[in-house]
Design a protein. Structure first.
Length: 192
């Protein structure tokens, strides 16, 4: 609100929508954790919905790209605004992942949690690429699956023609994996 008042601009209001989308996966895991008993089938279906929305949380980090458009005199304010939303998105992301790990470990005892988590982190990196550069939204899995699947298929079968997709996925996935390792170690450490 302060930024809107000082800059006389509503430009960053999209961050409110993005943080709403980032809250969805965390809300799903909170809901699932509140259920004393849930079938494996229901958990599996909720997992797919959760996974479809999960990249929205770290996606906000890429909104830092918009800072170059802002008012130079109040650049520090733009950085604070975008960074606060991005860090909130990352916090929701990591909390949601930890919650989902507990649910999976409880209901699917043979699933390798760390390996699955690393796969999900890099899958989120790819999801962020799809959102930032190809401009896909989570709901297009339902509303426009043919085009989305065709684009994903093209990236997978022609990796050298889509090196930017692979480079971004590996880079952003590594960023998320390092953040997860730090967050997990901090979250698990006993308070002094």
């Amino acid at each position: 609100m302060i930024r809107i008042k000082l800059n006389q601009s509503f430009f960053y209001l999209f961050l409110v929508w993005n943080i709403f989308l980032a809250i969805i996966p965390y809300t799903i895991t909170m809901y699932l954790n509140s259920k004393p008993a849930i079938s494996k089938l229901k958990l599996g279906l909720w997992f797919l919905v959760w996974l479809a929305f999960l990249p929205n949380a770290p996606y906000i980090v890429t909104d830092l790209i918009h800072i170059r458009i802002g008012n130079d005199a109040l650049l520090w304010l733009d950085v604070l605004v975008v960074l606060s939303f991005a860090l909130s998105g990352l916090l929701l992301f990591y909390l949601s992942i930890l919650d989902m790990q507990k649910l999976i470990a409880k209901h699917f005892k043979k699933v390798p949690i760390i390996t699955s988590t690393l796969f999900i982190l890099f899958l989120c990196g790819f999801g962020v690429y799809l959102g930032r550069f190809l401009r896909y939204n989570s709901w297009e899995i339902i509303s426009n699956p043919q085009v989305l699947i065709a684009d994903v298929f093209n990236i997978l079968v022609a990796p050298f023609q889509h090196a930017d997709a692979w480079l971004f996925t590996l880079g952003f996935g590594t960023f998320l994996a390092v953040g997860y390792w730090m967050f997990n170690n901090f979250y698990d450490s006993p308070s002094t």
